[in-house]
Design a protein around this ligand. Structure first.
Ligand code: SF4
Length: 456
């Protein structure tokens, strides 16, 4: 079959200067190609294409099926993207192209998604590999055939049919993502890898444990081989692990580090980690192997809030881990959610104080996103679409027990404080453009998505 994978456009389009390749879609398309299908990818966000622009793409590529994802692994899309997805599906239907949608919104809200996208053929829930590969083996997608494929949701005679859960493909059986499927020059110079899925944590604002399930990691050998390939064949100098939490299995990371050292790979590495999944020995080994950047999602400086969101961290752990990371020489990024549910003035003060005290090189301020699949979403707005965009630049729903005015006052105070300490303040794409490249090693306080690979 001829399959076109589509990364739908963000609404508005994402800032081109920060976009990293959609490694989740590349990985899925590469896997599907192993079944003999012809696959291609179009990244509508990077190419700044709107639904109408697909007319000529469909005429040229003549796909039989398009596969769309919305908030699959990398959460860049706003809820407005679903409107674009509906337009894309309508155009595909005019061309007799079958349509498949995966990702968190479709998994958790199939009824609402089918209502909004009424020509959509199939939703694939959770991990897409197994169900999609089975679906694409079938020449006809009628009810008796579709009923045999676990992990999909479809409509039949105006009813929504939800099949049972699919068996997940072992992450170790996935081939190395074929980055030739996209034009790598359209993206920033930092390459990404996905070395694991899921997380054993239970942070209440995060859909990762629910969507991806128990953490599973690729073997150290596979990960080191992929890094070696990127370094030796594409000349990559910086690679970031985009895993939600790369350091769940410390021994695996140590094994990866040992292989990188053994292979003498000249590369700088970065990853996202949780403070409760790293320790001194691990940080030391990571630095030795070339890790130079680490992002900790810290979220709050209040013990009470850390407990209520089930973060499994404490102020002491945060202070110790960030301090150690800085001492080893990592460039550190911390991220914070200022308006977590039940946050009182004293909690916000504790958070602002900790942000200020830690002085991580990059500070990313977030407001709460009610993400599909998260505990907070289930508890607060269980039957409505989530406000899933994690990059909102102002609070969309106030779940904290502080007023917007108070919140803004404390943010202004923090901004002034950090400005005096020579932090560059980034509030808009224009700020980001002005900032690069002259001050690339600066400390940064940002209220919008930051480019990866600054200063390391
Ligand atoms: S540690 Fe990170 S990935 Fe894991 S549940 Fe918490 S926020 Fe999600």
């Amino acid at each position: 079959m001829n399959i076109l994978f589509i990364n739908p456009p963000n609404v508005p389009f994402s800032d081109k200067n920060i976009l990293i390749e959609p490694i989740d879609i590349i990985s899925l398309a590469t896997y599907i190609a192993t079944f003999g299908h012809k696959v291609s990818i179009i990244d509508m966000d990077t190419e700044q294409l709107q639904a109408d622009d697909l007319e000529h793409v469909f005429d040229n590529k003549k796909p039989e099926v398009i596969v769309l994802t919305l908030d699959y692994h990398i959460p860049l899309h706003t809820t407005g993207t679903l409107i674009e997805i509906n337009l894309i599906i309508n155009i595909a239907a005019q061309h007799n192209i079958k349509t498949v949608l995966g990702g968190k919104t479709a998994t958790y809200f199939p009824e609402l998604v089918f209502e909004q996208c009424n020509l959509l053929d199939i939703i694939i829930t959770f991990h897409m590999e197994t169900a999609l590969s089975q679906l694409l083996k079938e020449k006809t997608w009628d009810t008796p055939v579709l009923s045999t494929i676990n992990g999909i949701i479809f409509r039949s005679a105006n009813k929504i049919i939800k099949n049972g859960l699919q068996e997940y493909t072992d992450i170790n059986d996935l081939p190395m993502p074929d980055r030739r499927l996209i034009d790598i020059d359209h993206y920033i110079e930092v390459r990404s890898i996905l070395s694991s899925r899921g997380c054993n944590g239970s942070c209440s604002y995060c859909p990762t444990p629910s969507f991806w399930g128990n953490w599973q990691g690729k073997s150290a050998t596979l990960v080191a081989d992929e890094i070696e390939y990127l370094v030796k064949t594409t000349g990559s100098k910086k690679i970031i692990f985009l895993d939600d939490n790369a350091t769940v299995d410390n021994q695996r990371i140590i094994d990866i580090c040992n292989l990188i050292i053994e292979k003498k790979l000249d590369v700088s590495l970065g990853c996202l980690a949780a403070v409760n999944t790293v320790n001194t020995d691990l940080l030391k080994k990571m630095y030795e192997a070339g890790f130079r950047w680490i992002h900790y999602g810290l979220e709050s400086g209040s013990e009470r809030i850390l407990q209520s969101i089930k973060k499994h961290s404490t102020r002491d752990m945060i202070l110790k881990t960030v301090q150690q990371s800085k001492e080893f020489g990592f460039r550190t990024r911390s991220s914070w959610i200022l308006d977590l549910p039940d946050t009182e003035e004293s909690d916000l003060e504790a958070t602002i104080e900790l942000i200020s005290r830690l002085e991580t090189d990059e500070i990313r301020i977030h407001y709460l996103a009610l993400r599909a699949g998260s505990t907070i979403h289930r508890e607060l707005v269980c039957d409505r679409f989530p406000s899933q965009y994690i990059h909102n630049s102002f609070p969309t729903v106030i779940t904290a027990k502080v007023t917007r005015k108070y919140l803004q006052n404390r943010i202004d105070h923090l901004t002034q404080d950090l400005s005096k300490r020579n932090y560059v303040i980034i509030k808009s794409s224009a700020d980001m453009s002005n900032f690069f490249p002259t001050k690339a090693n600066s400390k940064i306080l940002s209220f919008i998505p930051l480019k990866y690979g600054i200063g390391w």
